[in-house]
Design a protein around this ligand. Structure first.
Ligand code: 6PG
Length: 263
C-alpha cells in the first residue's frame, strides 16, 4: 500500500500528478502523525494551490464535519490570513444540512465561525448552500450558482469545475452527503441534489458524483482510529460504501493520520 510518512512535503502531491490515481483505490495516501499535522499540511498545500492559480478564480468545495475545523482555524491565523488569495477564491460547499445558517449543525455556520469571519473575503465569493423553501429547488439554485462560476451548464472533461473538492468520511461510508441506500447515489446528471439519510438526521443538499468528478484534486481528510474500518473498506473498493464510488478527472489524495491508516 503506497504511503507517505511524516517527511511528506508539498512536492509529493505534485509528483503524483504525473503518475495518476483518480479513484479511492489508486489515490495517493499521505500519512502524517496526527490530526494537527494533517491540518497544517493541508493549509500549506491549499495555499500553494490557490496562489498558483492564475488568470481564473480558484474554486473550492469545502467540507463540513469536525475534521477540517482546525484547518479553517489555521487559514484564518496570522500565518495565512494575509497570504491566502481570498479575493481570487470562490468558496462553495460540498454538502449542507437543510437547516438555517444560524443552526449549530450548519456547515456554513462552522466555516463562517472558524474562518470566514476572521478574514477579508468578498461576500460574492462565498456560496453557502441555500437552506430555505423546497430542498430540490434549493439544490437547483445552487447548481445555477455553480454554472455561473463554471461558465456553462455542461461539465466538460478537461475543464474541471473545481480546483479542489475537500471530503471527509463517515463511519457508514458516506462522504459529502452521499449516504448509503439513497437515490442520490444513482444521480448521473445533476450537479447538486437532495439526500434524506435513513441513519442520520436532517435532509441534506450535496454535490453529486459527477460534480465531484469534475475536479483537479479531491482530498479526503481523515483522523483517528474511528475512521480505520470505514477507510479500509473504501480503500478496498467495497461497493456498499458510498465513498468507494468517488472519482476525479484529476488527482485523488488521502490525507490521513497514522491512526486512521491503521499504522
Ligand atoms: C458533514 C460532512 C460529512 C463529513 C463526514 C466526516 O457535513 O458532516 O458532509 O461528509 O465529512 O461525516 O465527519 P467528521 O469529520 O466529523 O468525522
Amino acid at each position: 500500500m503506497e504511503s507517505r510518512n511524516s517527511c511528506w512535503e508539498m512536492h509529493d502531491m505534485e509528483k503524483h500528478d504525473v503518475t495518476g490515481g483518480h479513484d479511492v483505490k489508486t489515490g495517493l495516501m499521505v500519512v502524517l502523525p496526527d490530526a494537527e499535522a494533517i491540518a497544517q499540511h493541508m493549509a500549506k498545500w491549499l495555499t500553494e494551490q490557490a496562489l498558483a492559480k492564475k488568470g481564473a478564480p480558484f474554486v473550492i468545495a469545502l467540507s463540513g464535519g469536525s475534521t477540517p475545523k482546525r484547518l479553517y482555524q489555521i487559514l484564518a491565523s496570522a500565518e495565512y490570513r494575509d497570504r491566502f488569495p481570498w479575493a481570487n477564491t470562490q468558496f462553495f460547499f460540498g454538502d449542507e444540512r437543510f437547516v438555517p445558517e444560524s443552526d449549530a449543525a450548519s456547515n456554513y455556520n462552522m466555516v463562517e465561525t472558524e474562518m470566514l469571519a476572521h478574514v477579508t473575503v468578498p461576500p460574492a465569493n462565498v456560496h453557502p448552500m441555500p437552506t430555505s423553501g423546497d430542498p430540490a429547488q434549493a439544490a437547483a439554485r445552487y447548481q445555477a450558482e455553480l454554472e455561473a462560476v463554471y461558465g456553462g451548464k455542461t461539465l466538460e472533461p478537461g475543464r474541471p469545475l473545481f480546483d479542489v473538492v475537500m471530503l471527509g468520511l463517515g463511519d457508514n461510508g458516506h462522504t459529502a452527503s452521499l449516504f448509503p441506500r439513497q437515490p442520490v447515489l444513482q444521480e448521473k446528471k445533476l450537479w447538486v441534489s437532495t439526500c434524506v439519510p435513513d441513519d442520520a438526521p436532517h435532509t441534506r443538499l450535496t454535490l453529486t458524483y459527477p460534480a465531484i468528478h469534475s475536479s483537479r484534486h479531491v482530498v479526503f481528510m481523515l483522523a483517528g482510529t474511528g475512521k480505520r474500518e470505514a477507510f479500509a473498506k473504501v480503500r478496498a473498493g467495497d461497493p456498499a460504501e458510498p465513498a468507494s464510488h468517488i472519482t476525479t478527472e484529476g488527482e485523488l489524495i488521502w490525507l490521513m493520520d497514522k491512526a486512521a491508516a491503521g499504522q
